[in-house]
Design a protein around this ligand. Structure first.
Ligand code: UDP
Length: 407
């Protein structure tokens, strides 16, 4: 496990000292994180790294995962898609089932810690078990892109969000009209995790060989769960357009998350769009493929993230941290990470993405400069130490008035 002091060479001692100082103030309070999957996707990725570090800082941080069956996760995936603007209907019966599963989980979980930190919509209705007479603070953490949610679904969820003390969003555009405090906290990557740490070239080469990728030719990569909103078929179209002008290989690599039932169908659609092109490598990654992801990102000439919607896009930060030129859609939290033509490229269409892909493949020195600027930006803004600091301040702020009165 990572030691918090290992981050000193990356961010400097004052950053770590500050974390200890803040954690000391939070310490009497226990913080319970609750989400809906232990593996797969950005939320699980962050909690896996964050919770042990908070504990090392002395914060009594815990992490629980709610239980649900296929029916529940099909409903929550529809909710997820509707929040991203998709035209799906959630029936009265489905909402009732959603609430019932939340109630079953609420009955099983010990919800007596000082701060209950609920991630995303799946467990949102646990708040029904809130007892206003105790001092427990409830925070809802929304990791998804809700710039243009389907109104009916958002309105339903708001009935629950407004029972919380605060809501946390990843980007300013996601703020909502609501009667509770809203806080902006961007996610982060862990520079020392297996996914982001430096790798010896032999490891990178070994992974490429194992996956059947030619290390001598240009490589374009998108790492993402197989999800419509990551637009894998769009990525293949981009590659096909660029390939007419310049030789390259494409890797689309990703797995599923236990709370995402659509993955296999999207994977199959990507395979048929690739139409048997042996330079398109569609790779289904099992959970825990961190070194493989790290190696693929490091081996890439250009990294794509052609999402249609994106809460933040950790994969963008991961690639930029490796000083890779990234071309990504200007959606959700991605523009926080990329300043167009300075720390990467922002695009709006398949044509635009293909245009810039050709340019970056043809102009390696320009591509390199974008990657280096990107790395600096991630270092200054999106590493886990900044994220821990923001969370500690968030926890402290929940008790601010009470603490001032008792001083
Ligand atoms: N990821 C992974 N395995 C996969 C696909 C993605 O570990 O098969 C990781 C990826 O490296 C990143 C996170 O999961 O750390 C995805 O976060 P992001 O914000 O990009 O998208 P999300 O999946 O949360 O929509």
């Amino acid at each position: 496990m990572q030691n918090i002091n290992d981050y000193i060479p990356v961010v400097g001692p004052s950053v770590i000292n500050e974390l200890f100082l803040l954690a000391e103030r939070v310490q009497p309070r226990a913080v319970q994180n609750i989400n809906s999957t232990a593996v797969g996707g950005g939320v699980a990725e962050i909690l896996t790294r964050m919770v042990p570090l908070l504990r090392q800082l002395g914060v009594n941080a815990k992490w629980d995962v709610i239980k649900g069956n296929d029916k529940f996760f099909n409903i929550t995936k529809s909710i997820h898609n509707a929040l991203h603007g998709a035209d799906v209907t959630i029936s009265k019966e489905e909402w009732e089932y959603f609430l019932e599963v939340n109630r079953e989980n609420a009955a099983e979980l010990d919800l007596s810690d000082d701060i209950i930190f609920v991630h995303d919509p799946q467990p949102i209705a646990l708040i029904e078990r809130r007892n206003r007479r105790d001092a427990v603070k409830w925070i809802w953490r929304c990791h998804i892109d809700i710039t243009n949610p389907q109104k009916e679904v958002m309105d339903f969820l708001k009935l629950y969000v407004e029972k919380y003390d605060s809501a946390v969003f990843s980007a300013p555009a996601f703020g909502q009209e609501m009667d509770i405090a809203q806080v902006l906290i961007s996610p982060s990557i862990d520079p020392l995790s297996d996914k982001n740490k430096d790798l010896p070239q032999e490891t990178v080469d070994e992974v490429l060989e194992r996956l059947g990728i030619d290390k001598k030719r240009r490589l374009v990569t998108q790492i993402s769960r197989f999800d419509y909103l990551k637009d894998p078929v769009g990525v293949i179209r981009v590659y096909q357009k660029a390939k007419k002008h310049i030789d390259c290989q494409l890797v689309l690599a990703g797995g599923g998350a236990t709370d995402d039932p659509e993955g296999m169908q999207v994977l199959e659609e990507a395979k048929s769009a690739a139409a048997g092109d042996s330079d398109v490598h569609i790779i289904f990654l099992p959970a825990g493929s961190d070194v493989e992801i790290n190696a693929l990102q490091r081996a890439s000439t250009v990294v794509l993230q052609k999402s249609l919607k994106e809460g933040f896009g950790l994969t963008v930060a991961e690639a930029l941290w490796k000083a890779k030129p990234v071309i990504a859609s200007a959606v959700g939290g991605i523009p926080l990470q990329i300043k167009h033509k300075y720390s990467g490229i922002l695009t709006y269409s398949i044509e635009g993405t293909a245009h810039y892909l050709k340019q970056l493949l043809h102009e390696p020195s320009y591509a390199k400069a974008l990657g280096l600027n990107g790395r600096e930006h991630i270092k200054n803004n999106f590493l886990i130490t900044r994220h821990i600091r923001d969370y500690l301040l968030l926890f402290l702020s929940q008790y601010y008035e009470q603490d001032v009165v008792s001083l």
